[in-house]
Structure formats: C-alpha cells, structure tokens
Design a protein around this ligand. Sequence first.
Ligand code: 1CP
Length: 344
Amino acid sequence: MAEKLLLRALAGETLQTPPAWMMRQAGRYLPEYKATRAQAGDFLSLCYNPDLAAEVTLQPIRRFGFDAAIMFADILLIPQALGADLWFVTGEGPRLSTITSQADFDLLKPADPDVVHEHLAPIYETLRILSRELPDDVTLIGFAGAPWTVATYMIAGRGTPDQGPAHALKNGNRPLFEALLERITEATIEYLSAQIDAGAEVVKLFDSWAGSLKGDEFRRYALEPTKRIITELKARHPNTPVIAFPRQAGEAYIGFARETGADCVAIDNSVDADWAAANVQIDGCVQGNLAPSHLVTGGQALVDEVRRIKAAFSGGPHIFNLGHGITPDANPDNVTLMLETLRS
Ligand code: 1CP
C-alpha cells in the first residue's frame, strides 16, 4: 500500500493534487454533528465520550472523503486536566476559572504524566477507536493548543478579542505568567506524546492567538514553547510529523518551521498564497489557506480561489486546508465543490 498522501506531503513530497482536510471539519455546519451532539447532551460530554467523539470525527470523512481526520476534542481540556473549572455557555463559548494571582496558580495540579493521563484517558480511547475504524488512506491527527493560546483562556476565563488579560498578567507579573506557560508546556508534552502512543499519526499545535505577540515576545512565548514541545516529542517519537499553526504570525511565519523543527507550518488566510509559497514553503510543507467565508458564499469565487491556492503552492509540498475553522453557517455543498475543484 502506498503511503498516505498527507504523510507524503509532510515528508516533503510535491504532489500533483495536495491532500486536503479542514479545521473544525466536525462541527455545527453538519446536521449529523448536531444530532450526535444533542445525543451527547452538551459539548464537553461529547468530548469525553469516546464512541460519540469518534463518530463525529468520522462523519466528515464519510460525507466528503477528506485525506485526514482530526480527533474530536478541544484545546481547553488541558486546563481542565490541570484542575481549572471549565464549562461552555451555549451560543457564547467557553468559560473557565481565572488565573490572575499566585494563589490561583497554586491551586493548579502538577503536570505529572499520571495527572494528565487520568483526566484525558477518554481522549486516548477516542484515538484508539479511530485507528481501528478510519479508512486505510486517511491520516489520523491529534492536537493540543500551544501554551500561549491556552494561557490566554486560563487567565481571562474566556475567549477575548485582544487577549488583554493575558497581556496584563505578562506585563504585571512576568514570573507568574512564565510559570503558567511552563506548566502548560509540560502537560502538553505528556498529552501529545500519549496521543501518539494511542494512534495519532500526526499532531498539530494550535496557537490561535500567536498574532497578538510581537517581536521578542513572539519569540519567547510563541516560538520557544513550540520549539520545546517539538524537540521533546521528536526525542520520544522521531517519526511523527508535527504541524504548527502560529495564526496571524505574518512576517514571523518566515523561518518558523526551521527554528521550531515543525514539519509543516499552517498559515491563516490573512497571508497571500504567493507570498507564503516564496517565503514559507521554501523551508518545507505548508498547510492552508482558503478563507472560511468562501464556504458560506461558494460559487465561482470559491472555484477560482481553490485553483489559485493550489497553483500558488504547486511547486512544493502542500496540504490544502482553510486559514481557520469552518463556520457554522457554511454550506456543506460548498465543501463538496471545494474538493471537486481541488481534485479535478
Ligand atoms: O457547540 C459546539 O459544538 C462547540 C463548537 C466547538 C467545536 C466543534 C468548540 C468549542 N470546540 C470544537 C472542537 C474543536 N476545537 C476541535 C475539533 C476538531 C475539528 O477541528 O474538527 C479543535 C481542533 C478545536 C480547537 C480549538 N478550540 C481552538 C483552536 C483552533 C481555532 O479555532 O482557533 C480554540 C481557540 C478552541 C477554543 C474553543 N472551543 C470552542 C470554541 C467556540 C472555542 C473558541 C472560543 C473563543 O475564543 O471565543
């Protein structure tokens, strides 16, 4: 059997048709996802139910035939494993207990492997089910949030437009901020390593808020923790590729793979594909970068943009994806059109 397309692209091969998957491909734009979620009760119950989490992971594979499946879970399960309270407010998003003082931090659990694994055992079970049930040509992706992005939620207790509370803690109590980042980094290494043991063939680090760190702070709090996680994972699992997604990094995408050891850099849609091909793809595989809004509007504009991105990256290794997650108002028919265009 030929090696899976996604793994070939990650190994640096230039393919005529790039492998494709979508961020948030299991999500609320799919009626079958909404049905399974209703069956689970709420979002977190879905994440911690291995049979149902595996089922929603498989739904977009069955419907569309993507080249990769990303396990269904969330980046905020790590804070919960460390002892933070976590709940989801329907229609609004996640809520967590906040960390703004040393006393808050002291309540967190240590990042010991046993602590992490005890809480996250159902996620590993989801991966084991998926390893058995996925079609032979589909690659299984595990993931975690990057430390800075996870910290922004732990500090503020919710999603924030400008990550203001996290910047305030960083500027006001740097030792505490750095201790929190360190705790998350250690837990993330154990979590991703166990995901690989449970069957993840690739892991991805989501640094969704990397773009709000500039200059030296981008290096210290986005690039360095990513590098540390990848270095440790490569020591334990030398053959497992890592995708890094420092979203909205702009110019800082240049050299990010080289400096962190990532096998692939995922780029958001604020960056032009021709620019990324010239400046980022020179170092290896890139993933991206269709604007999710095209899957709402569809039509000729979608077709033209898929062709343009495919052509821009055709000179090197490329994984076709969106620049960010698909939105709940997207039309599934546009996903079909996207893949037909890409593969024709
Ligand atoms: O009600 C629902 O069904 C909730 C919507 C939802 C979904 C489908 C959330 C809540 N999480 C998820 C799953 C999820 N989250 C996956 C599963 C796999 C897939 O892609 O199909 C993944 C990889 C994530 C990662 C994630 N969660 C990120 C990083 C990627 C990104 O989108 O930037 C972030 C920032 C989160 C936090 C989170 N979880 C959910 C929401 C709505 C948010 C964002 C909250 C905010 O900032 O306001």
